[in-house]
Design a protein around this ligand. Structure first.
Ligand code: NDP
Ligand code: OXD
Length: 308
């Protein structure tokens, strides 16, 4: 019988354990500290505690319970075993819904109209056709490519940037650090859907903002570590950016007394852009456990050297 342990230093995984156990009674699913948890061959993780992976002497697979894998860095003891992540059409659709809301909120000036309503002001912000707005999507993977396609289908002028060249219908694309400047030049709304890696850490910084159109909007759904927060605040204060929508933060949850909550031009959501259901996570982990046991190629395996 394969043993799985669920590891997180900040999330309660009891319900996920129940779902996994119901779907696969032949797999033994443990929480840390339980008898035999240390014998697990598979670890399913979100921010695993430091040392928890290294302590699993039978470990053969690490599975992120999310799309991202950067959170595995909370445990530097992770041995050299395959790492897989969750990739799911519902995750993709939810991310597209979130980004579309953010894009329309700013492109149609609903942000201004909500502020006007609070003061009983009847004002009509200038409305522009979608085609007059240039949207840049950073990261054209499972989520970014879908978002770019959706926005292009609504007639926004969409461009995308990734590490390697891409072809996406109705989306102009750029690749690599040498083409980053060309990609940014002329963008009205910048959307970050990249993984957090050594290369992408702090990529939403003063230099990046200064290359966008004046008064551009930034939407970050990647990770908090992509943003240099002082640069973002300075860009908002100087009108280099007119607004930012942030779903992810360096430290989550954002503290109640964090001044970011009160920053003009900043909209904050609590890391809800898109998340996999317990059913989806359980099914993908169980499928990969079966593949591992049958020496089949794993689904959604991460390139650990690239970090995503
Ligand atoms: P993928 O791995 O499918 O795609 C990542 C994309 O980023 C790829 O196109 C990749 O390029 C590009 N990329 C990576 N590094 C660089 C770089 N140095 N320069 C330029 N482009 C780069 O990931 P997903 O689309 O599934 O997810 C992306 C991220 O979204 C996750 O890692 C996670 O952080 C975040 N996320 C946030 C959620 C939320 O609720 N806020 C929910 C789910 C995910 P290439 O294609 O050339 O390899
Ligand atoms: C993810 C996330 O990576 O929820 O799936 O952020």
């Amino acid at each position: 019988m394969t043993r799985i342990v669920l590891l997180s230093q900040d999330s309660d995984l009891t319900e996920l354990r129940k779902t996994m156990q119901l779907k696969a009674p032949d797999i033994s699913v443990h929480l840390p500290g339980e008898a035999d948890a240390h014998l697990a061959e598979v670890a399913v993780c979100w921010n695993p505690p430091q040392g928890s992976l290294g302590a699993l002497k039978n470990l053969r697979l690490v599975h992120s319970l999310a799309a991202g894998v950067d959170h595995l860095r909370t445990d530097s003891s992770c041995p050299d075993v395959p790492v897989c992540r969750v990739v799911d059409p519902d995750l993709r659709r939810a991310m597209a819904e979130y980004v579309l809301w953010g894009v329309l909120h700013h492109h149609r000036h609903f942000d201004q109209m909500l502020a006007n309503q609070a003061q009983s002001l009847w004002r009509e912000p200038v409305q522009r056709p979608a085609s007059s707005w240039t949207i840049g999507v950073m990261g054209l993977g499972d989520l970014g490519a879908h978002v770019a396609e959706l926005l292009a289908s609504l007639s926004f002028n969409v461009r995308g940037w990734a590490r390697s060249p891409k072809t996406i219908a109705n989306v102009s694309t750029w690749a690599g650090p040498e083409q980053f400047g060309d990609f940014l030049n002329g963008v009205d709304c910048l959307i970050c859907l990249m993984p957090l890696t050594d290369e992408t850490q702090g990529i939403l910084n003063a230099s990046t903002f200064s290359q966008l159109n004046p008064g551009a909007v930034v939407i970050n759904c990647g990770r908090g570590g992509h943003v240099v927060m002082d640069d973002l605040l300075q860009a908002l204060a100087s009108d280099t950016l007119s607004a930012a929508l942030l779903d992810v933060f360096e430290h989550e949850p954002l503290a109640a007394d964090d001044p970011l909550w009160q920053t003009p031009g900043l909209t904050i959501t609590p890391h809800i852009a898109s998340s996999a259901t317990h059913e989806c996570i359980a099914e993908q982990v169980i499928a990969n456990v079966s593949r591992l046991n049958n020496n089949l190629t794993l689904h959604n395996q991460v390139n650990t050297r690239a970090g995503y």
